[in-house]
Design a binder for this molecule. Structure first.
Ligand code: OFO
Length: 174
């Protein structure tokens, strides 16, 4: 059972996760266009992660006997100044998502919605990892600076990132 308010907030989060996917897909396309295949791969894996985040919420709403409602997805930027610019924007966006998840948890607690609170804990933990990954890459990009060879070395490393689908379990996997 989900209150109207909770449903609305979860549907809003579903839209934000879809926007995250769209944003990282745009960054992947831009990376590919600028010849950085590794960065393109990293952002495409991130796109897959975000789709998984969205689908978990979609499944949760539907498994609670309600209907996931889909809204328009905002258009992301199509041009970026540099890989550092993309990762700084990624971190900024992830901080926005972390705040949004925290607000959802606050609402679940206010509403005494224990099931949704438990469901959201996965996202609380996930956000630590998401921000951590971005911070690490930003630090490395700052070290690399304008060194083209350093950037290509990092690009070769990021080619190795793979999407690991969550093990199937209950409402949309974990
Ligand atoms: Fe990037 O964590 Fe979802 O949005």
């Amino acid at each position: 059972m989900l209150s109207e308010k909770m449903q609305e907030a979860l549907n809003g989060q579903l839209n934000k996760e879809m926007y995250s996917a769209y944003l990282y897909m745009a960054m992947s396309a831009y990376s590919m266009y600028t010849g950085l295949k590794g960065f393109a791969n990293w952002f495409m894996v991130q796109y897959q992660e975000e789709m998984m985040h969205a689908m978990k919420i979609y499944d949760y709403i539907n498994n609670q006997g309600e209907q996931a409602k889909l809204a328009a997805i905002e258009q992301p930027a199509t041009e970026f100044e540099s890989p550092l610019d993309m990762f700084e924007k990624t971190l900024e966006h992830e901080k926005f998502i972390t705040t949004s998840i925290n607000e959802l948890v606050d609402l679940a607690i206010t509403e005494k919605d224990h099931a949704t609170n438990i469901f959201l804990q996965w996202y609380v933990t996930e956000q630590i990892e998401e921000e951590g990954n971005d911070n690490e890459i930003i630090a490395r990009l700052k070290l690399v600076g304008k060194d083209g060879n350093g950037l290509l070395m990092l690009d070769r490393e990021l080619v190795a990132r793979v999407f690991t689908p969550p093990a199937a379990s209950g409402a949309g996997g974990a």
